[in-house]
Design a protein around this ligand. Structure first.
Ligand code: HEC
Length: 169
């Protein structure tokens, strides 16, 4: 695992030194490469399609981040990298209030789409039947599409489902 990460980092570093549009050699970086140099080709479309909108609150300097009021505080949508790592390896923290706090400690990504908190906050079908068995259910989970002020496309939701079911690469 560590070796694999080191290898990928090495490939990206080499690609960076050689400049974008490197041809031949490394076949790890996906077709066409990514002008942004993203490390996470499976995830970065989800970020550019929709998740970047969460940044206005879920980032340290987010202009709409509530002051003096609770917010889920693990997630950080500042960049593709921070979004990817906090969604994949994190669990909800910082929630307060009778319903919401039941979701503290719940991981954003579970084995299934229907069981993943990150899906429940953007997909009403998931939220409707969501339950961790410890009180974090459809009543406790908020609709983040309202906070964003935009409905995600079906393509985004399908993409999120595929990403989760593939193990959140
Ligand atoms: C306008 C600010 C704002 C935006 C934009 C926003 N959130 Fe939140 N988020 C909050 C607050 C505040 C909470 C704390 C619970 C609450 O008030 O609903 C929260 C809670 C959460 C939680 C914890 C579960 C819950 O419902 O309490 C998750 C997961 C989450 N947000 C993900 C997202 C995602 C993903 C996006 C983008 C699609 C997003 N948020 C956009 C403010 C925001």
């Amino acid at each position: 695992m560590t070796r694999a990460i080191a290898f990928v980092a090495g490939v990206l570093l080499a690609a960076g030194v050689a400049g974008c549009g490197l041809a031949g050699g490394g076949d790890d970086s996906g077709p066409g490469g990514d002008p942004g140099g993203s490390n996470h080709p499976e995830f970065s479309p989800l970020y550019s399609q929709y998740f970047n909108r969460c940044r206005s609150c879920h980032s340290p300097d987010g202009p709409m981040r509530p002051v003096g009021q609770p917010i889920e505080s693990t997630l950080d949508f500042t960049t593709v990298d921070t979004a990817w790592s906090t969604i994949r390896s994190g669990e909800a923290t910082g929630l307060q209030g009778s319903n919401a706090e039941a979701c503290n400690g719940v991981p954003f990504v579970a084995g299934t789409y229907a069981g993943s908190l990150i899906a429940a906050v953007v997909d009403p079908d998931v939220r409707g039947s969501f339950s961790t068995g410890s009180g974090c259910d459809g009543d406790a989970v908020g609709d983040m599409t309202l906070k964003v002020g935009a409905t995600p496309s079906d393509a985004f939701l399908n993409g999120l489902k595929t990403w989760i079911e593939n193990g959140a690469p």
